[in-house]
Write a protein that binds this ligand. Structure first.
Ligand SMILES: [Zn+2]
Length: 698
């Protein structure tokens, strides 16, 4: 309540709000465990709360800056860390809803709020008086007797400001801001071009062209045609959900070639949607920016903050994996070529043939039918499986609660308790698709675990969202293997949030380097498909029978299917990303020449294209993954090596190892150097052998 009165005095906005009845964001949440009161929150509550939240934080920062006492860790860094609590409170709920439960009104509020928030961030990051205080604390840090976590927090704030240009002389600051502005405009343009290119292409077919396509793929083509206004036609596009089934099943080699070429030439057609110049310009501007800040390359600037630390470390890993992966991919290619000869054909396998022939190999060698598996992966059984796994590893338990407000009837809420029975966290699960939800699966929090300013432990409130197969009339939700993996994966992120045990919120839970954060999630995928774990949760939804050994073996074998190809296309894109971002001169390169040289250097075979070519590599030119696409496999090295510790012990539920994993990996968030934490857990740096083994590349 204290906060509410405080606002009332300092903001004009509030006078208006209170006159219109209460706004839940200005009140204390008297719900179970302080969960968001979704039954009371209305669309009209967000905007006033954002405005008041920004105003609140501005006042708090003014107070820090105008403090007449000399800067200390407490009166500067801690005050800043704990500022903006109202803004955090409303942002977490609002952005959770725009992803999982959106509507036109929320979309239009987003448009209003986004520029407000980016201006607010700039106001903080470019506040010279604030930076002067942070710098003073940083330079005098030895005087403050800080513990490890405090030192890390100080470093994060100081570096964050410096990396944002706060330490540059005034004339350079102007240049810096101009580069940022250009980069952000170019990256928006890049992403828009990719989107338009993707939507533009259509392969319009007649019934006679559909040879080989299964019923559901035919139906998909018919739906797409209808949506685009065609009568009695079938349309396939270069969206991944359309092109991959087409390439997998169509017997028409000429049509496969056509759609494949359209896909790999996205953004490279020398028209108004061409992305070559934009990519080249962005790479050059990034070098310029890195140089301004004193780094030789953009990759050096980015990687300093990551677990890898240097471009050399990234290239080392990519190179170690490349040869084994390429050898397996060549073997896969040769097997398929043989199949072509055996069929009485004499053409050479090309990129557009890979999916078609690898599907034949899959049938012949692995004989895995998804529909045979689904009955063993009923959604409640799978959730119970991941709960059971957590109980066996850490003794934590899950109890469904029906007294916590929900934003949709599909949502379930659980109280998570520690092994001594004490309260640990609240978990929301929201697993089924609906129109108001975006695609994909994710984890985030309504409240981050931390210790508040008054020294109270604040328990986390975490959610998992997915788009898994829905229950249908008479049948419960039966998940695909891919769904099961995803559910365990996101639950791993949730554990990272729920078992967090730190003081400062900005270092808690999943606030770790980008190349570390997928480790606690990906490691769960090892457990979920392990035979010892499968037999504890994969029960037939009608008979209750555990999954037969024969199916378990098939799942195990199929994990290695086509891994040469998958690893090579991924690594090739990672090399391409690193090559673009280790340029040392701000010169605009010829994109095609550059890309060819990059791929020739590693000896990529012509049947495989990098997973993303430069002209549609959204991760690095329009998302936040420049010099970061390698992160997924870096994390996979960690998860495979970590899981090997359990397997080597002979017990995938080994509690001693699980205890160390909780202590050094799950509880520590970003409070210490990630590699140091890993070494404390495992006793040494990770090796790549377990990853090679897992992907069948050794
Ligand atoms: Zn993830």
């Amino acid at each position: 309540m204290k906060r509410f009165l405080f606002y009332f005095l300092i903001t004009g906005v509030l006078t208006m709000i209170s006159a219109q009845n209460s706004n839940p964001f200005f009140e204390e949440w008297n719900t179970p465990f302080g969960t968001p009161p979704f039954d009371k929150i209305k669309n009209e509550h967000y905007l006033p709360a954002f405005k008041a939240g920004i105003e609140e934080q501005n006042k708090e920062i003014e107070a820090i800056v105008n403090n007449s006492e000399a800067p200390t860790f407490e009166n500067t860094i801690e005050e800043l860390e704990y500022s903006g609590s109202l803004l955090t409170k409303v942002s977490r709920v609002f952005f959770a809803m725009t992803e999982a439960m959106t509507n036109d009104e929320l979309q239009s509020i987003t448009k209003e709020v986004s520029p407000m928030l980016s201006k607010h961030n700039d106001d903080i990051n470019l506040n010279p008086k604030l930076f002067a205080r942070i710098k003073s604390v940083y330079e005098n840090k030895d005087k403050f007797d800080l513990n490890t976590e405090q030192e890390k927090l100080l470093e994060e704030y100081y570096k964050g400001f410096v990396r944002g240009g706060a330490n540059l002389p005034d004339d350079k600051k102007e240049e810096f801001r101009e580069i940022n502005k250009q980069l952000s405009l170019l990256s928006i343009q890049f992403g828009e071009n990719v989107l338009k290119e993707t939507n533009k292409f259509e392969l319009v077919l007649e019934e006679k062209d559909l040879d080989g396509l299964p019923e559901n793929v035919v139906a998909m083509g018919a739906d797409e045609a209808k949506a685009r206004g065609y009568e009695n036609k079938y349309v396939y596009t270069i969206q991944r959900t359309s092109i991959y089934p087409f390439l997998t099943y169509s017997t028409r080699r000429d049509l496969r070639e056509k759609i494949y070429k359209a896909y790999i030439n996205k953004g490279d057609n020398n028209d108004e949607l061409d992305n070559k110049k934009i990519a080249a310009k962005m790479a050059a501007l990034r070098v310029k920016k890195a140089n301004l800040l004193g780094y030789p390359t953009h990759a050096a600037f980015v990687l300093e903050e990551q677990m890898a630390k240097t471009p050399t470390a990234v290239y080392d890993l990519l190179n170690k994996l490349w040869e084994p992966a390429l050898n397996v991919a060549k073997k896969e290619r040769d097997d398929m070529q043989q199949m072509i000869y055996d069929e009485g054909n004499d053409f050479e396998l090309e990129g557009w043939d890979w999916w078609y022939y690898s599907e034949k190999v899959k049938k012949a060698k692995y004989d895995l039918d998804e529909n045979e598996l689904r009955p063993y992966f009923e959604v409640t059984n799978v959730i119970n499986g991941v709960f059971d796994l957590s109980t066996r590893l850490w003794g934590i338990t899950f109890e469904e609660r029906n007294d916590i407000p929900k934003y949709h009837p599909d949502v379930k809420t659980f109280e998570v308790k520690d092994k001594d029975g004490s309260h640990l966290a609240i978990l929301y699960t929201d697993y089924f698709p609906r129109d108001s939800k975006r695609g994909g699966a994710w984890m985030d929090v309504f409240v981050k675990q931390h210790v508040d300013k008054d020294g109270n432990f604040v328990a986390p409130i975490v959610y998992n969202v997915g788009n898994f197969s829905k229950p249908t009339a008479g049948k419960p939700a039966l998940l695909s293997l891919d769904n099961v993996n995803t559910l365990f994966h996101e639950f791993g992120h949730a554990l990272h949030g729920m078992l967090a045990h730190t003081v400062y919120p900005s270092l808690s839970g999943t606030s770790t380097p980008r190349d570390f954060v997928e480790f606690p999630s990906q490691v769960m995928e090892n457990w979920c498909m392990h035979p010892d774990v499968l037999k504890n949760y994969a029960f037939h939804y009608e008979t209750g029978e555990p999954i037969p050994d024969e199916l378990v073996q098939k799942i195990k074998k199929s994990g290695k299917f086509n891994q040469g190809f998958a690893t090579v296309e991924y690594l090739a894109a990672s090399f391409l990303d690193m090559d673009w971002h280790t340029l040392t001169e701000p010169v605009e390169k010829d994109v095609i020449e550059f890309e060819n040289a990059s791929m020739n250097k590693i000896g990529l075979i012509k049947q495989i294209a990098p997973r993303y070519r430069t002209t549609y590599f959204n991760h690095i030119f329009s998302g936040g993954y420049s010099a970061g696409y390698y992160s997924y496999i870096w994390s996979e090295v960690l998860d495979a090596d970590a899981f090997a510790a359990f397997v080597e012990s002979g017990d995938v539920y080994n509690q001693e190892i699980a205890g160390k994993y909780r202590e050094y990996i799950l509880s520590k968030g970003g409070t210490e150097d990630a590699m140091e934490l890993y070494k404390k857990f495992r006793g040494s740096e990770p090796g790549i052998e377990p990853l090679l083994e897992k992907r069948g590349l050794n």
